[in-house]
Ligand binder design. Sequence first.
Ligand code: SAH
Length: 343
Amino acid sequence: MTKKNIKDLSISELESLMSELGIPSYRVAQMLKWLYQGCVRSFDEMTNFKKELRDTFRAGYCLSAPVLVAKETSEDGCVKYLLKLSDGNCIESVIIPDKGRNTLCVSSQVGCTMACRFCLTAKQGFVRNLTVGEILDQVIYTKEQLAPGRITNIVFMGMGEPLLNLDNLLSAIKILSADDAFGFSVRRITVSTCGIVPKLIELCEKTDVAVAVSLNAADDDTRRKIMPVNNKYPVAKLIEACKRLPLKKRARVTFEYVMIAGLNDSISDAKKLTKLLAGMRCKINLIPFNEHPDLGLKTPSNKVIREFQQYLVDKNYTAILRSSRGVDISAACGQLKGRIVKP
Ligand code: SAH
C-alpha cells in the first residue's frame, strides 16, 4: 500500500482522522505544530507523541519532502528554487526580498492550461494540480532556507492557475493561516487569477485572502488575443463580478496589467482602462512584459510605460509600476518553467 502524505490532509480531514483513530482532539494542534512550525521530516521527531501513536500514523501515512534540484540567486536578491516532487516533476518557487519584506511566490500546478500568450509556463502545457502538501512544502522548504529571516507575504503567482485547483488551494490557505500551523494573516496571502469568474467568487466567499486579477487588457478584442480565458469570461463579466466580490471593508482588488509593446500600452488603452474601472476601489499593478525569444512579444519603452502610468495616476488611480525582479535567473513573472517528466 502506498502511504498517503499527511500534509495532503486539510485541517478538517486531520480532525476526522484523529477522531476515527480515537485520538484526543488536542493532538490535531500538536500535529500541525510539528508539521508546519517544527517542519519535522518524520513521525519519530514528534517527541510528545507516544511510540504507539507515532506507529499508528506511520502505518498509513508518510511525510513528503521536496528535493532541491537547483537554486539560483539573482543579483537583486531574489532566489529561485527548483523543487522535485515525488513523481519526478519539478516546480519553481521564488523568494523576493524587498524593504524588510520577504515575499514567497508559490506554484499551484505543474504547468498551466490557460495558454496566455505572454507566459512561459503556458508553453510547457499542463501536467497536474499540486496537492495540498506540495503547495505547503514550498513554504516549509523556503522558510527553512530563509531562517532566521522570515517569509512575510505569500503570493500565488507562480506556475499554474490557482483557481483551477481551488479545493487544494483553500485547504492550503486554511493551514497557512491557522495559528497552530504557519499563522500567516490572510491579508498577507494573495491569490492571483487570470479571471475564472465563478471560482473567484467562491474563493472570496470562503476566505479573506487578497485577490489579484490578471486583466492585461481593457477590451475583449485585445484581451482575447493574449488570454484565451477571455472567450469564456469576457472583460465585462469579469469586472462586474469583481465589483460585487464579497470583500472585507477596506480590501481592494488588485488588477495586474502586463504591458506589451504595441498591444495594450497606448494612451487610448489607458483611457479604456480608467473607464472600465471607474468607481471601483482597486489598485493597478503595471508589470513590464518580461521578454523571452519563444514568446515573440516586446516590452514597451520606459517612456511609454511611465506615460501610461501617469495617465492612470492623473485620473486618481493607484497605479504601481512593478519593477521586474529576478529577471537574470528567469524568476520573474511569466518566466517560471519548472521541469516536466514525460509519461
Ligand atoms: N495564473 C495566475 C497566476 C500566475 S501568473 C494569473 O494568471 O494571475 C502571475 C502574473 O504574471 C500574472 O499577472 C501574469 O499576467 C503575469 N505574467 C505572466 N507572464 C508574464 C510576462 N512574460 N511578463 C510579465 N508578467 C507576466
